[in-house]
Design a protein around this ligand. Structure first.
Ligand code: ADP
Ligand code: MG
Length: 706
């Protein structure tokens, strides 16, 4: 960000003595401030408020029983265990412990009066409970359900409960909503719950609540909480938007007969209507003095790169620099080759060049590139993460483009934006930002959730593409698949084979890929079969990739993901092994590597059922969905249904889910309210808005703006 401030929240626990192990564990869960603890809500509840009589109990019921121990013995069959018989006056129940200590036996001695909590199992031999929680009877029964919190191994539930209870007591939960907005809120959440009431209730609900309403989060207390969360998110989006509106970016206009027009004329194809439309949207943004913040989404193969190049041409023509960042070196190199092909002939007469930056670059070459960038001679800089390193100083950057933006972390996007340009009069200028993605966000979600993002969508593929036929086959039909490869090769086509993705183990990935590579090489004599995996040195990767894109290599076996975005139009068959292990959007991306030329293309999703069994129902349905549709938006929508929006909205990128409580699939009415309330609150009650953001987002507010 141009303003660059990163307002961390004051820490509620001033640094005194070193943190204890459970305190450290709390911090690790992000539970630092009192309010963080107060907002750490139970996963579920245990009912210790009543005693269930064994006579009236149900099989499988989670129950608390109370009775006298009538027998306690250690049995060795079928394995060592402590068996304790509890008699509650209506029936008896056997408590079974497979691990136990002398202290257990002491508490559970014959004659003791004991409360036990657990799942009751009925059966031939009478009631039993395995590893129940227990304590000596006596003392009042609690009058609220006992919360069970999400925690970690280092953090005992009892410690966490106490910490949350005291956080809840101490946290400032005063109302942030001005009376003018409160009425509207109460109407959408259907109740007059304050934040304090809602939290108090959700941490310690009374014994007669509907656990269903708590579980599906439809209870007004939940609704209030979710509305608050969404309000915080919208406030931060609108704030970011306002802050950006105050920043200055160079106003860039495509000149008649200029580079933009020349590039259009030089292209070997005509733009699609969708490309023209989004191109105009971007061009219009560039004419403004406010930095652009636009997401360009379009299905794989829809032709985003040329749209980016046209935007770059406008910036360059106006005398500024443009940077394009791609997530991998191979992808960056492809862009580089393509953009050089398109732009360099037009740049040369102007004495301008395209520069190239990657991590694997030789020091000398890198030095040369840095000099070109600093002097401004490099009108366009293409590269990987290397582009955002500190040593890279632009003379006058006006446009930053991020390809496959979902593959970048938030911090990296912020870093690129922080590369400022300097105008002729010496003032600092923010670059315009264009992000591109082939993993589309469903339209309504994008429009309503990201108040701070403009979205352009390419909803049309270039003409002349034949649709990709997708087949789902069992691994047992491998020989047929190889036959199919042979026939594609015979027609002069090329083939990708992607090997399973096992996140935990790169080593296993590798051995699978190596074995498949050997298998295919043997099955296809006379064909060059290549292997590409993530551990290979970059130079080797490049060599393999260039053999494949040059057409000499018939088959490319690759681990995990073939670098997103690679473009080899002659490839007509994509085989994905263990397709059941990939996410839908990932499969869609991979499939999009073929069908880029005129040849009929196919994608084979090969699955391996678990040992001897059948593939599970969900896995089957997911693969079927892939075969049914080739529309990236439809696939994103189904993916959303399966994974939920939390993950969708980049939870993994920022390290913390952006929405903890609200669910955009069910809480549209709350989002609508928040979207209307946020600008009003910012304009009329700025202090309350700031307090609300700090309460909910703490130090994460900056991240949400990226
Ligand atoms: P993506 O949107 O997935 O990044 P690319 O920009 O790589 O797609 O474009 C895919 C292919 O389509 C490239 O070979 C590109 O040159 C070509 N292409 C782009 N636009 C058109 C068009 N209007 N007509 C024909 N081919 C096009
Ligand atoms: Mg691309």
């Amino acid at each position: 960000m141009g303003t660059g401030q990163n307002c961390p929240m004051p820490d509620a626990t001033p640094a005194r003595k070193p943190l204890s192990a459970p305190q450290k564990a709390l911090h690790k869960l992000g539970l630092v401030r009192d309010i963080d603890l107060a907002l750490h809500l139970p996963l579920r509840y245990e009912d210790e408020t009543r005693i269930v009589s064994l006579r009236g109990a149900r099989d499988g019921q989670l129950a608390q029983i109370e009775g006298t121990v009538t027998n306690s013995e250690i049995s060795f069959r079928p394995r060592r265990q402590l068996l304790v018989t509890l008699d509650d006056g209506t029936d008896t129940c056997t408590l079974r412990f497979f691990t136990f200590y002398p202290a257990h036996q002491k508490t559970l001695a014959v004659g003791a009066r004991v409360r036990a909590r657990g799942e009751l199992r009925g059966g031939f031999a009478g009631w039993s409970m395995v590893h129940p929680a227990f304590q000596l009877a006596g003392g009042e029964l609690p009058d609220a359900l006992t919360p069970v919190y999400p925690t970690s191994a280092q953090l005992p539930q009892a410690y966490l409960r106490k910490a949350v209870a005291s956080g809840l007591r101490r946290a400032d939960l005063s109302e942030t909503l001005p009376p003018a907005l409160l009425g509207g809120l109460q109407a959408v959440v259907r109740g007059t719950w304050t934040l304090r009431d809602a939290l108090q209730y959700l941490h310690h609900p009374g014994p007669d609540v509907s656990l269903d309403a708590l579980e599906d989060r439809s209870h007004p207390a939940w609704q209030r909480l979710k509305a608050e969360e969404l309000l915080a998110q919208q406030l931060s989006q609108f704030t970011a938007k306002q802050e950006r509106a105050a920043l200055r970016a160079p106003a860039l206009r495509a000149a008649p007969g200029g580079l933009h027009e020349q590039l259009l004329g030089a292209l070997p194809f005509a733009l699609t209507a969708a490309q023209r439309r989004v191109g105009e949207e971007i061009a219009r943004d560039l004419t403004r003095q406010v930095p652009m913040h636009r997401l360009l989404q379009g299905d794989v193969g829809s032709g985003k790169t040329v749209v980016a190049a046209l935007a770059a041409a406008i910036a360059i023509d106006a005398g500024w620099q443009c940077a394009l960042m791609a997530p991998t070196e191979i992808l960056a190199e492809q862009h580089f080759a393509k953009l050089i092909g398109w732009l360099e002939p037009l740049l040369a007469p102007l004495g301008k060049r395209v520069a190239w930056l990657t991590g694997s670059q030789k020091k000398k070459q890198r030095g040369e590139m840095l000099a070109l960038i600093a002097s401004g001679e490099a009108a366009l800089v293409v590269g990987t993460h290397a582009v955002i390193q500190d040593q890279v100083v632009f003379k006058h950057l006006a446009l930053a483009i991020i390809d496959e933006q979902h593959r970048f972390g938030v911090a990296q996007r912020l870093a690129l934006r922080s590369k400022v340009g300097v105008a002729a009069d010496g003032t600092e200028q923010e670059p315009h930002l264009l992000m591109m993605t082939a993993t589309p966000i469903p339209r309504t979600l994008a429009m309503s959730y990201y108040a701070d993002l403009d979205v352009s969508t390419i909803d049309e593929l270039p003409p002349g593409r034949t649709p990709i036929v997708t087949k789902v086959v069992a691994d047992s039909r491998r020989a047929e698949v190889i036959e199919r490869i042979r026939s594609q090769l015979a027609q002069g086509r090329q083939v990708y084979w992607v090997c399973p993705l096992i996140e935990e183990s790169e080593a296993i990935d590798l051995s699978n890929a190596t074995a498949t590579h050997a298998e295919l090489a043997q099955a296809l004599p006379g064909v060059l079969v290549g292997l590409l995996h993530s551990r290979m040195p970059v130079a080797e990767k490049k060599a393999v990739m260039s053999l494949f894109s040059g057409g000499q290599m018939g088959v490319l076996v690759s681990t995990t993901v073939i670098e997103v975005g690679v473009d080899v139009p002659n490839a007509s068959l994509m085989v994905i092994e263990h397709a059941e292990r990939f996410g839908l959007s990932q499969l869609h991306q991979l499939r999009g590597r073929v069908g880029r030329g005129a040849a009929a293309s196919a994608c084979v999703l090969m699955y391996t059922p678990p040992d001897g069994g059948r593939l599970g129902e969900t896995a089957r349905e997911r693969l079927k969905a892939m075969a049914d549709t080739s529309d990236g938006f439809e696939i994103a929508r189904r993916d959303l249904e399966i994974r939920g929006p939390g993950e969708f909205l980049g939870a993994r990128q920022s390290g913390a889910p952006l929405l903890r409580f609200a669910d955009l699939a069910t809480d549209g009415h709350l989002l609508d309210w928040a979207r209307e309330a946020a600008p009003v609150m910012l304009a009329q009650y700025p202090a309350a808005a700031e307090k609300h953001i700090a309460r909910w987002l703490g130090g994460k507010a900056e991240y949400l703006k990226a």
